[in-house]
Design a protein around this ligand. Sequence first.
Ligand SMILES: *[C@@H]1O[C@H](CO)[C@@H](O)[C@H](O)[C@H]1NC(C)=O
Length: 390
Amino acid sequence: MSNTKVYIVLSILFIIVDSSVGSTVFNVVNLGAKPDGKSDSTQSFVKAWGAACGSVASATIYVPSGRYLIKNVEFKGPCKNTDITFRIDGSLVAPSDYNVIGDLENWISFQWVTGVSIYGGTLDGRGIALWACKLANKKCPSGATSLSFTNSKDIVINGLKSLNSQMFHIVINGCENVNMQKLMITASGNSPNTDGIHVQLSTGVTIMNSGIKTGDDCISIGPGTRNLWIEHVACGPGHGISIGSLAKDLDEQGVQNVTVKTIVFTGTQNGMRIKAWGRPSNGFVKGVLFQHAIMKNVQNPLVIDQNYCPRNEGCPEQVSGIKISEVAYEDIQGTSATQVAVKFDCSTKNPCKQIKLENVKLTYQNQPAVSSCTNADGSVHGVVEPAGCF
Ligand SMILES: *[C@@H]1O[C@H](CO)[C@@H](O)[C@H](O)[C@H]1NC(C)=O
């Protein structure tokens, strides 16, 4: 028998139709994956995806416990069905040599898919050696995002752990209706560019009940994000939850309708931040609610920085084109690690408008903290300490 025939026969033998849920199950081990952490199992995942994506019925890709070495892999649609579940009991591990993925942007990426769910599992990006290379200022590849969804719809990620990504852990780009729950994201506090979750050009993304410890933003929110809901997240170490950087480009979609509530920030560089380059842009931020946050020793708890320009390069006029309006901070409590706990540094050309502070109490070493406003206009409600500076 030819290899193809053997493969087809084996595949048929190992396809199990779970009649209770009507889902066809593709077990990667039956397709050749080895749970030893050393054998390259990429092709088994590619086969499982091909079968699931080509199936007209609902399909489940099952990854039993164990460690599976996976090289960079793209799961591409459009698929014949809109119900594909990854049920993962094991860990997917990246190659130990970071040069294998090198400068490729993504390790595990999904594109043009609808109705993909991931339940459980661990992604181990093995980024430690690459971070060391970067921190030593040596020549190193940029490294990959561990998991990305691009141009996709109706996505669920539930109970996934992401460890030591090389660059970002999770990126949601150009997507609609993405529900992320119970994620545990971990990288060292000094690991470069290991943002927890980055969302951009996406509508209807939810992030709930998750813990993010990392070396860059816990969650970063890029241009074109709308109807984002973040609730019950523990952040730290990390750089906090950030809208931005915006105004990288002149032509940029706005950020609109963002809710960030019930967040605990522990020892982070920032709490809730909006950050825009001091550069021309037609982008905007409108309708943001930051509510019920606890700050524990956070360096910059509430920040708007419209004059972001590291090394003073590439900001010809030093004036941000981003228009920021309708940003509310409600029930924010805790401690600042620096005296300036509230800093709204807006642009001369586009002052921040309709900023609202309600029941904010931030202290610095058991003393009152201070607030600082530049070109910011807004209102104060309830008890606000440090006092508003509009
Ligand atoms: C704002 O976004 C939330 C989801 O985060 C959604 O439920 C709500 O309908 C949106 N509001 C508007 C006015 O679009």
